[in-house]
Design a protein around this ligand. Structure first.
Ligand code: UDP
Ligand code: MN
Length: 312
């Protein structure tokens, strides 16, 4: 795309990659950044120098003003198959309050019960579209096939019109700001259940026959299957790869321990995320609150698995 940026005085145009070139508005006033004062209780950068996003490591007003100039469009996907439709109302209502407020947002809901879609009022420039998917009598299949349906959605609808996409679990609510600070090429979220554990304890797929295999002594973090995202191109590659690997495993009669989450972890180990979101971005209501968690932005609600899943 050809684009004139404000400090470029020549009449020539230059080719700009929006994802890498961040332009702030002229004379915007904000707090002076520091390289010696900041959070010291948590690690804010990975060994491959990707930011790890925690509260108080970024300035939301500054970031919003940069991305507003790019007029970005953000898609979120969410699946509500079978009884999981009951989570949609809270998910959608709280997304209206916290998720990319003020930006162009399109939420795609995948369900087998389109008649049970709750009516949620959406702000200007925000929309919900329902896509019908088949039911299944195995929760493992419902969870894992998300990769395939997201791939199809990107191919059929999103390519060329969407800048960023986030793929989220429905059994969760937003409680705090989730916005432009989360944008990057490939974005992973640290799982709230394992972030203080040695990697030998991570529930990676440990059978070498699976294409999701990660050996003991390998891996970086344990990432969530319930939230990931990034630029449309990066997420397209991720969902396509995880789907292919999941299906290749199935052809060999093997299903990874945590289905698509295991494949996602393997993918993110090899393809390092360019931004990592702290467990603020997917907490679990039943977890005790910890000191380093200064804000909970998105959290899985307590649920009775036996009541809502089609199988145990
Ligand atoms: N899901 C669904 N119906 C089911 C099981 C799963 O729609 O019967 C979808 C839903 O979006 C859910 C996601 O798959 O949030 C992952 O499953 P779940 O949240 O039960 O896994 P957990 O977060 O408990 O590991
Ligand atoms: Mn969940």
């Amino acid at each position: 795309m050809l684009y004139f940026y404000s400090s470029y005085r020549s009449t020539e145009s230059v080719r700009i990659n929006h994802a890498l070139h961040l332009v702030a508005p002229d004379h915007l006033l904000y707090q002076q950044p520091s390289i010696v004062k900041g959070r010291t209780d948590v690690v804010t950068v990975t060994p491959w120098l990707a930011p790890i996003v925690w509260e108080k490591t970024f300035n939301p007003e500054l970031l919003d003003s940069i991305y507003r100039q790019q007029n970005i469009s953000v898609v979120a996907t969410v699946f509500a198959v079978g009884k999981y439709v009951m989570f949609l109302k809270d998910f959608l209502e709280t997304a209206e309050q916290h998720f990319f407020v003020g930006f162009r947002v399109h939420i795609y809901v995948f369900t087998d019960r389109p008649d049970e879609m709750p009516q949620v009022e959406m702000a200007t420039n925000r929309a919900v579209t329902v896509r019908t998917v088949p039911s299944s009598n195995r929760w493992q299949t419902i969870s894992a096939r998300r990769m395939e349906f997201i791939q199809t959605l990107i191919e059929e609808k999103l390519q060329g019109s969407t800048d960023y996409i986030f793929c989220l679990d429905v059994d969760s609510k937003f409680h705090g700001h989730w916005g432009t600070e989360s944008l990057s090429g490939l974005v992973a979220v640290i799982h709230p259940g394992y972030y203080r554990d040695p990697r030998s304890k991570f529930p990676y797929e440990r059978r070498a026959q699976s294409s999701a295999y990660i050996a003991v002594g390998e891996g970086d973090f344990y990432y969530c299957g319930g939230a990931f995202g990034g630029s449309l191109d990066e997420v397209y590659l991720l969902v396509k790869t995880c789907r292919l690997n999941f299906e290749a495993d199935a052809a060999e009669g093997i299903e990874a321990t945590w289905q698509e989450e295991s494949h996602l972890n393997r993918y993110m180990w090899i393809n390092k995320p360019s931004k990592v979101l702290s467990p603020e971005y997917l907490w679990q209501d039943f977890n005790p609150r910890r000191q380093e968690i200064r804000i909970i932005r998105f959290s899985g609600v307590d649920k009775n698995y036996a009541d809502i899943r089609p199988n145990n």
